[in-house]
Design a protein around this ligand. Structure first.
Ligand SMILES: Cc1cc2nc3c(=O)[nH]c(=O)nc-3n(C[C@H](O)[C@H](O)[C@H](O)COP(=O)(O)O)c2cc1C
Length: 180
């Protein structure tokens, strides 16, 4: 059974991406995996690039929601990132989360973690998530080249506050979690 760190990398607590995240969590728990979800919301700062984490054992100098994440990084064997697609890329929270994991490595070397990506988007074209997935592939390679897969939910259009993720994608997220 897996120990999953589920990073909810967005600031909308009731949007499409939270629904996809919760569907994944439901499937993972039903399959017997342990899951710790961390909602990054607006409480994550970007990496300052100060390098302090590389020269001391005190970790990152910034204290925010990542204080909750770092112990879970050492606990987990699997990292699942959930993000909306913003301008063909991952959310700012996702980027900051990944940048801040710099503090758990040395000289760009990291412990191995298996990784998966969940995303929602307004468009639903074959290449809607291509750029974001290419980026994720590079990140997964850095963390041990153990990409488990992706679960993409396109077609989440609608007015602000009006969420339209399709049930078929929620079911896909549950099944994806159960297949891990
Ligand atoms: C700033 C911003 C940029 C977006 N960029 C894209 C995009 O490039 N491609 C796309 O298909 N949808 C895009 N969308 C739509 C969102 O990805 C989509 O509505 C998503 O499901 C929103 O997630 P949420 O409900 O969890 O907030 C964008 C939305 C916002 C607010």
């Amino acid at each position: 059974m897996r120990k999953i760190l589920l990073a909810a990398c967005f600031a909308n607590p009731s949007g499409n991406t939270m629904k996809l995240t919760d569907a994944f969590m439901e499937g993972a728990l039903a399959a017997g995996h342990e899951v710790r979800k961390v909602y990054l919301g607006n409480d994550i700062h970007g990496c300052r690039g100060c390098g302090a984490c590389q020269v001391s054992d005190r970790g990152c100098v910034i204290h925010d929601v990542m204080d909750e994440v770092y112990p879970l990084y050492y606990w987990c064997d699997t990292i699942v990132i959930a993000s909306p697609l913003f301008f063909w890329s991952v959310s700012g929270q996702t980027k900051s989360f990944l940048d801040r994991l710099y503090a758990v490595g040395r000289d760009d070397r990291y412990e191995t973690r298996e990784m998966a990506l969940l995303m929602t988007a307004g468009d639903d074209h074959p290449d809607t998530f291509r750029h974001a997935e290419n980026f994720f592939d590079a990140i997964a390679a850095v963390h041990g080249n153990r990409k488990l897969g992706t679960c993409f939910a396109g077609g989440c259009e609608g007015d602000p506050g009006h969420h339209e993720i399709k049930e078929e994608y929620l079911q896909k997220a549950r099944s994806f979690a159960q297949s891990l």
